[in-house]
Design a protein. Sequence first.
Length: 217
Amino acid sequence: MKSPVLSVVALAAVALVACGPSEAEIKAQKEKATADSLAALAAMEKNYTVDVAGSKVAWTGTMLGVKSHNGTVNLTEGSFGVKGGALTGGKFVVDMKSVAALDTNYAKDDAKQGTRAMLLGHLASPDFFAVDSFPTATFEIGAVEGNTATGKFTVRGVTSEEKVTDIVVTEENGVAKATGKLTFDRQKYSVKWKAPMKDVVLNDAIELTVELTGNAQ
């Protein structure tokens, strides 16, 4: 004859097994815990230091609406924050003495006008970016809404509000990449020829395309 106590214990054990989670339920719980952890990590703000060698700022200027010039300018330093796949802030410094022209819309080097060297000389001169007096330009993010960042843009010592649009941010293995576009009116920053007849040749809008690579701090 079985002991009543043993029978009760056996029934309790069976009940516990029957009431416990199935393998499928355990798997689902683990997957949910992993997803929750990843979501929590994504919600945390991460700060990145700009890799200046792996980043690029490209510029484009149009003359008389038909011919354009383009090139690059180097970043000297920068940092930015990312939270939930979006920028949260940042500040970037550009070396204005590093302006390079990469297109081929120029006269031969020995021509009297229209050469690459002449364009670069104009861009560096007091009429334009006055790089000896103002060797850097900066952009500091003040607010971000969607894929647009609004911030303070400083060129030639003049600060004005500008917007960076079409921002795309990706993060992987401690590295963040961010791209965006900024178009500014050069007249707001006194970037112009003193002679009005010369100044009308160049479109007021200068387009910048930014490609940033940042390493986690």
